[in-house]
Design a protein around this ligand. Structure first.
Ligand code: SAH
Ligand code: SF4
Ligand code: F3S
Length: 439
């Protein structure tokens, strides 16, 4: 048999892209590819791209430019662009960068084997459809390899919310939920392959409404059903929109032991004027009261969020309102970004905030958020948490895992094994992780 062809995939953007990259590798696995970590060995390079901010999208072109010598050295090397830049720019990518042989959007990568064959035969292939069929049901079957202990599982995709700044509704398409049975089947398969923790993914995962026994199921019901799978120890979900945080999901945080006490719930801004301009369709007060209800259900819930500073029209007072909201909530962890105008979105038409003003606000917000993160980590010192060990650490004898609260935890102990969930007493808090000892 001929040597297998080698596939190099580089992933940008969100966790759904991480999930998709794994699925693409499996799809091309059926065409005889194995993945490689070394780009210079590749017969096919795939960039799975992100369009969310200008910097993310531009990175793709600078990366592509670097492949030129590789293609000169190996004329059989094929280069593909997948993901959200592929969806947003389509054929334009090939005009800007003639090295590219293949462009595939997030909803058509189940067609990669046929596209790869066409490209091998000398064609260029572009597919950015939004097809009727469920791509997950049309992926070629991959061999059932053992998996790492923590896995992602996409249950919902796309977005109908059209926040004024965001490209996702255009790149991922309309909201679609996978049917309950298909999600359960994939979850059981993951568990049989060694997975102990599943993070359910969706652009608006809490808007999940999949067809199941007796009608349409919401996310809480899906989680409760998944929790019945023996061997599955932990469930998480991301990303949620505040307006889809329904009562039964809040309740599940209180009474479903397998649902971990961590929630990523972006608010973007603490100013009602800006929230309105962003088309988020809720106020700061509504968000704060939602946090109260979540904490009433699960007092130790660790909250995470996303923030945008410098949205068009944001004044100093609007920004102060964001700082005030952050102080009131107290986040365990959060992401913050300078607004980036995205082509085709309504906000891109508006006058931007001067860049130095936006940068200054970003620094101030990040300083506050990192203080909160540090405080949340330090509050763990002396406490006992459960840790799922995921892989060996950089130091000899060290294991790294995640606590229930999603903190990275290092433990140096020969008894700590990959895939094991152990009680750990936290002894120290570092910049981005905790250290502890087995109890
Ligand atoms: N579905 C998720 C968002 C995915 S994008 C949600 O609704 O929460 C992840 C984050 O990127 C967003 O929460 C937002 O904070 C940020 N983001 C999105 N568009 C942006 C833009 N044009 N400029 C800067 N940040 C942006
Ligand atoms: Fe983008 Fe808003 Fe949809 Fe999130 S909810 S993906 S920010 S449009
Ligand atoms: Fe980026 Fe697309 Fe995810 S734009 S954040 S890769 S949905």
């Amino acid at each position: 048999m001929a040597d297998p062809k080698k596939l190099f995939i580089k992933t940008y953007g969100c966790q759904m892209n991480v999930y998709d990259s794994e699925r693409m590798a499996e799809a091309l696995g059926a065409s005889g590819y194995v993945t490689t970590e070394r780009v210079e060995d590749a017969d096919m390079i795939l960039l799975n791209t992100c369009h969310i901010r200008e910097k993310a999208a531009e990175k793709v072109y600078s990366e592509l430019g670097r492949f030129k010598p590789l293609k000169t050295a190996n004329p059989d090397l094929k280069i593909g662009v997948a993901g959200c830049v592929a969806q947003a720019e389509g054929e334009e990518i090939m005009r800007r960068q003639p090295l590219v042989d293949l462009v595939v959007g997030p909803q058509t990568y189940h067609r990669l084997p046929a596209m790869e064959a066409a490209v091998r035969a000398g064609a260029r292939a572009v597919d950015t459809d939004f097809p009727e069929e469920d791509k997950f049901e049309h992926l070629p079957k991959a061999p059932r390899a053992k998996r790492a202990p923590a896995a992602f599982l996409t249950v919902q995709e796309g977005c109908d919310k059209f926040c004024a700044f965001c490209v996702v509704p255009y790149t991922r398409g309309a909201e679609v939920s996978r049917p309950v049975e298909r999600v359960l089947r994939e979850a059981r398969d993951l568990v049989e392959r060694g997975v102990r923790e599943i993070t359910l993914l969706g652009q608006n995962v809490n808007a999940y409404h999949g067809e199941g026994a007796g009608g349409t199921w919401g996310l809480a019901r899906l989680i409760r059903e998944l929790a019945k799978i023996e061997g599955l120890a932990r469930i998480r979900f991301t990303t949620s929109h505040p307006n889809d945080m329904e009562d039964d999901l809040i309740a599940a945080h209180g009474d479903e032991p397998k649902l971990m006490p961590y929630l990523h719930l972006p608010v973007q801004s603490g100013s009602d004027r800006i929230l309105k301009a962003m088309a988020r369709k809720h106020t700061a007060e509504q968000y704060l009261r939602l946090i109260d209800r979540l904490r009433a259900a699960r007092p130790d819930l660790l909250l995470s969020g996303d923030f945008i500073v410098g949205f068009p029209g944001e004044t100093d007072q609007d920004f102060e309102d964001t700082l005030a909201l952050v102080r009131e909530v107290g986040y365990g962890q959060a992401y913050s970004f300078k607004y980036s105008a995205r082509p085709g979105t309504p906000a891109a038409e508006k006058t931007p905030v001067p860049d130095d003003v936006a940068s200054d606000r970003l620094h101030r917000l990040q300083a506050l958020l990192s203080d909160q993160q540090r405080a949340a980590q330090e509050a763990m010192v002396g406490r006992e948490v459960s840790v799922l060990f995921e892989k060996p650490g950089r130091m000899a004898g060290q294991m790294v895992g995640k606590s229930d609260y999603l903190h990275a935890v290092h433990v140096t102990d020969p008894c700590a094994q990959t895939g094991q969930i152990a009680r750990v007493r936290i002894t120290r808090s570092g910049p981005n992780s905790l250290a502890g000892e087995l109890v």
